[in-house]
Design a protein around this ligand. Structure first.
Ligand code: DGL
Length: 273
């Protein structure tokens, strides 16, 4: 059964992710669209998504979407690369309201550079295994050389705040060396946690490798879409953020502060129907 929603400008934007990573997208959206109210759902009871099967992710994404729709959102941002990779087409088929993922925008941003020819992608196993980025890139431009590298150790290292730790540099080097050997000119950070690694990546990679992340590219894409659909909130409004989690833990607040670069405010428990 398809569900059709008639969006209204004053309604909040709905975001979902497996946990905290999608807050990098929220932060970029807050900077670009400060008038928008945001309702964020982190499915912390069931994370990580990156190692689960496509069927399970589609089911989780469906439940996350229904929760946001039940709260009256005007559009949905799938602020998780793994969920975008596995579930975006099925969500769009089922729910008739604007639904954006993080892949299209990233691919557009990577190919906005006409000299991009050798593209590396780092992401969860699920995102790399789905080939969603590889297909989207190859469809837009022929002759690209694309290398996908699953980097499952990075999310735990980022959540431990080991950004400056030598272990992170070592792990990153093992993941990046094969890509650098292949002469990549662009590295797609295809996981919503990875914008936090940008300073370390800039130190480790040759200076001419361009980094493309999911957060800023998705925020720009969202702004264009809301403009096109005449769904931007009144600019005099001061946007608010409401965070809902399927599991409440003490450490989330501290993590959220690092991802958002500000206090997350009150966090509520979400019960998915
Ligand atoms: N948010 C996920 C992504 O962008 C990474 C974390 C997870 O595996 O749940 O793919």
């Amino acid at each position: 059964m398809t569900v059709t929603i008639a969006p209204v400008k004053s309604a909040p934007l709905g975001f979902f992710d497996s946990g905290v990573g999608g807050l990098t997208v929220v932060r970029a959206v807050q900077e670009l669209l400060p008038a928008e109210d945001i309702l964020y759902l982190g499915d912390t009871a069931r994370l990580p998504y990156g190692s689960k099967s496509p069927e399970t992710i589609r089911q989780f994404a469906d439940e996350d979407t229904r929760f946001l729709i039940s709260r009256g959102v005007k559009a949905i941002v799938v602020a998780c690369n793994t969920a975008t990779a596995h579930a975006l087409p099925s969500l769009r088929e089922r729910y008739k309201l604007p639904i954006l993922g993080v892949i299209e925008a990233g691919v557009d941003a990577a190919l906005a550079n006409p000299h991009a020819e050798r593209i590396g992608i780092i992401a969860t196993r699920g995102t790399i295994g789905s080939h969603a980025y590889q297909h989207a890139l190859a469809l837009r431009k022929t002759g690209l050389i694309i290398h996908g590298q699953a980097t499952p150790l990075l999310v735990p290292l980022i959540e431990e705040n080991w950004l400056e730790h030598p272990a992170t540099a070592m792990v990153l080097k093992s993941y990046l060396d094969p890509l650098v050997e292949k002469g990549i000119d662009t590295l797609m950070l295809a996981c919503t946690h990875y914008p936090l690694l940008i300073p370390v990546l800039q130190e480790l990679l040759p200076a001419d490798v361009r980094l493309v992340d999911s957060a800023t590219t998705c925020a720009e894409h969202l702004k264009n879409e809301l403009q096109r659909l005449d769904l931007l909130a009144d600019s005099s409004h001061e946007g608010k953020l409401e965070i809902h989690l399927t599991d409440l833990s003490e450490e989330f607040e501290c993590l959220a502060r690092r991802f958002l670069k500000r206090a997350p405010g009150r966090i509520q428990r979400a019960v998915l129907g």
